[in-house]
Design a protein around this ligand. Structure first.
Ligand SMILES: [Zn+2]
Length: 116
């Protein structure tokens, strides 16, 4: 895409992905990437984004996981946390956002979690 087109583009940003872990420090504390659907320009945002909130998912042990549930990872170390959001992404994968004391807003696949 040409520089001139990008310069005059009235950008229409759409969500690309959230940022976790060490990458947060590399992008000045931002939490999500967005891309203009017309010119491809990418920008950062300070907030996490949840594309499609869903009510419930199924954990590793077959139990239902809802927002507000206390959950823990099935693999050590076991650090319980509260589910703050459950999202389904465009490709069908599900992310469970867990507010852990030691790792604020970790994002896990439901297959790594069970209810406490
Ligand atoms: Zn644009």
């Amino acid at each position: 895409m040409s520089f001139i087109k990008r310069l005059f583009c009235k950008h229409e940003y759409e969500f690309e992905r959230n940022i976790y872990g060490d990458e947060i420090n590399h992008v000045g504390g931002c939490r999500s990437w967005w891309r203009c659907r017309k010119c491809g320009k990418r920008v950062l945002d300070k907030s996490l984004h949840w594309p499609e909130p869903i009510e419930m998912t199924i954990g590793a042990d077959g139990s239902e996981i809802h927002v507000g549930d206390l959950v823990e990872r099935t693999d050590p170390p076991h650090r319980p946390g509260v589910v703050t959001h459950i999202s389904m992404y465009d490709d069908g994968t599900i992310g469970v956002h867990v507010d852990e004391a030691a790792n604020f807003h970790a994002n896990y696949s439901p297959s790594l979690l069970r209810r406490c």
